[in-house]
Write a protein that binds this ligand. Structure first.
Ligand SMILES: Nc1ncnc2c1ncn2[C@@H]1O[C@H](COP(=O)(O)OP(=O)(O)OP(=O)(O)O)[C@@H](O)[C@H]1O
Ligand SMILES: [Mg+2]
Length: 350
């Protein structure tokens, strides 16, 4: 046990070259009264230190369930993980004991949720809750914990932190509360932060400020960041790469700017076309037709086929794997993949 608030940890010195987090072929299902809901169906993604992965997809695509599996906070049952690996610094967390897993959670991987009000305790001051992280995990004294709390509130730029440390969550605005959530996540200097729709509940201008703050702190601490969102606008400036999810699978991966410029999956294309654009004011907004599939009965073949403008017979029969996306001459496009038989045609669509 280290004393007080000393946060130097030997693992930081250990040379480790691979990705911080490496999720392989992850499957998660829920046993319900109506049958087995297949929420996550073979997800692969990885995040390096200092890297931001945005996970994008409509409601119900499995973004949060994947994150909860990584955090180890799924209720099992009803959830079960029939297959897959979740490697953190090379070690499969699914094979770890409860205690080891608990240590990683919070100290090495932290999560920020959408709704700060329900994540913070309403009857305890913000300073107490922040300080508790240091008391519980690092054995800090009351005074040390309080000082650390003020320091963190300063870090996330809460004005007059010293005066506000004894205030309760409801005394802060939504944006400030979300900053407090970021402070909580940062407290133990984790290697990886998973932010699940961290700004969805906020006004657009406040959203941008909170997102900028998160990106700035992430760079400073060289953390990995998984940013879950269904808002393409939010991630454009902060993400390095994007994974697009549909019905529990990654259907497209790409460096962020390439995905915007040339999507290689009809679903991504649909998502991009449905963002309102200032230069096309007044024009009718495109919407992907139909609804996401019922996870108890995922369509045969490509799960997107009933909604896809490109669907052919093959798409209704075979499940496409994530194909590497290349230029016409076969030159590889680093980090790009599409789970569409017609990725080439889609790439040339625009
Ligand atoms: N405890 C549960 N029991 C049964 N099904 C569940 C349970 N938790 C999640 N699911 C199902 O898993 C699917 C994926 O949910 P998930 O929360 O990951 O979606 P999401 O992509 O995060 O969507 P959103 O954008 O709305 O947050 C959903 O269809 C959901 O109904
Ligand atoms: Mg979610």
């Amino acid at each position: 046990m280290t004393t007080a608030v000393d946060s130097t940890r030997s693992k930081r010195d250990a040379p480790y070259e691979g990705p911080l987090l490496d999720v392989r072929d992850l499957h998660v299902e829920f046993v319900t009264r109506d049958g087995v809901a297949k929420a996550v169906n073979g997800v692969d993604y990885s995040v390096r230190a200092g890297e931001t992965l945005a996970v994008l997809g409509e409601s119900g695509s499995g973004k949060s369930v994947t994150a909860q599996a990584i955090m180890g906070i799924l209720d099992m049952p009803p959830a079960r993980i029939p297959r897959g690996e979740i490697r953190f610094r090379g070690r499969d967390m699914l094979k770890m004991g409860k205690e080891e897993r608990r240590k990683i959670r919070g100290q090495e991987i932290a999560m920020i949720f959408q709704d700060a009000l329900s994540s913070l305790n309403p009857v305890l001051s913000v300073g107490f809750q922040l300080g508790e992280m240091f008391r519980a995990h690092q054995g800090a004294s009351r005074k040390e914990a309080r000082d650390k709390a003020v320091e963190l509130m300063d870090r996330v730029r809460i004005p007059a932190a010293k005066q506000r440390v004894n205030d309760y969550p409801h005394q802060f605005s939504g944006g400030m509360r979300q900053r407090i959530m970021i402070a909580m996540a940062l407290a133990l200097e984790p290697d990886l932060i998973i932010a699940d729709e961290p700004t969805t509940a906020l006004d657009v201008t406040v959203q941008a400020q909170v997102m900028d703050l998160l990106a700035e702190l992430q760079a400073e601490y060289n953390m990995g960041l998984i940013l879950i969102t269904h808002d393409l606008g939010v991630v454009a400036d902060v993400a390095d790469k994007i994974a697009v999810m549909y019905a529990g699978r990654i259907v497209e991966t790409a460096p962020v700017h390439e995905l915007y410029a040339r999507p290689a999956h009809p679903y991504t294309r649909g998502l991009l076309d449905s963002i309102p654009r200032l230069d096309q004011k007044g024009q009718e907004l495109y919407a992907i037709k139909g609804l996401p599939p019922n996870l108890l009965r995922i369509p045969k073949g490509c799960a997107f086929n009933p909604r896809c403008p490109r669907a052919q017979d093959r798409c209704r029969a075979e499940v496409p794997e994530l194909y590497p996306v290349t230029e016409d001459d076969g030159a590889p496009l680093a980090g790009r993949g599409s789970a569409c038989f017609f990725w080439k045609e889609t790439l040339h669509d625009r």
